[in-house]
Design a protein. Structure first.
Length: 163
């Protein structure tokens, strides 16, 4: 059995303490549900490579990212599907230049998730472990107790992200 791998992310704005979510278009599976930005892995991509490519495709550009934090890895019971989720930290909110995969977007207050949520996003966003990780990440950011050597995946900017 071939494993399908995908990657997705929410964006967190330091200035507003809000996150960016995507409304899936009618052309996608689970149409008109709110979800993370992302998609399927291609060839031998690593999760972060997939994420950067998908951000470029779905948002139209890679915003200046302060940090990319891993949040969760989901694996189906049969091992046929793996989904890596991340939180991309930006200083300011931005306006995505959405493509055909999106019907819309919104910057929302944490915990006030739009409805209906995609089933995978719902499982992640409403879980206690996700909220604990998100709260710890925000505390880490707010105390400015981080640098490029901390235990996050990496530091990316729009100029250095390979897509």
């Amino acid at each position: 059995m071939k494993t399908i791998s995908a990657t997705g992310a929410i964006f967190y704005s330091i200035n507003t303490n809000r996150v960016l979510m995507q409304l899936r278009s009618t052309e996608c599976s689970f149409p008109l549900t709110w979800s993370l930005w992302g998609g399927k892995r291609e060839n031998d991509e690593r999760p972060v490579q997939t994420l950067m490519r998908e951000i470029q495709e779905e948002i139209g550009f890679v915003p200046e990212l302060i940090k990319v934090y891993p949040l969760h890895q989901y694996q189906s019971r049969d091992g046929g599907f793996i989904y890596d989720s991340f939180c991309c930290v930006v200083q300011e909110e931005f306006i995505p230049n959405i493509n055909h995969e999106s019907a819309g977007y919104c910057w929302i207050n944490l915990g006030h998730w739009p409805k209906p949520l995609h089933q995978g996003a719902k499982s992640l966003l409403l879980s206690k472990s996700f909220r604990n990780k998100l709260d710890a990440m925000i505390k880490h950011i707010r105390t400015k107790d981080y640098d490029s050597e901390s235990n996050t995946i990496s530091y990316y900017t729009a100029r250095s992200a390979a897509v």
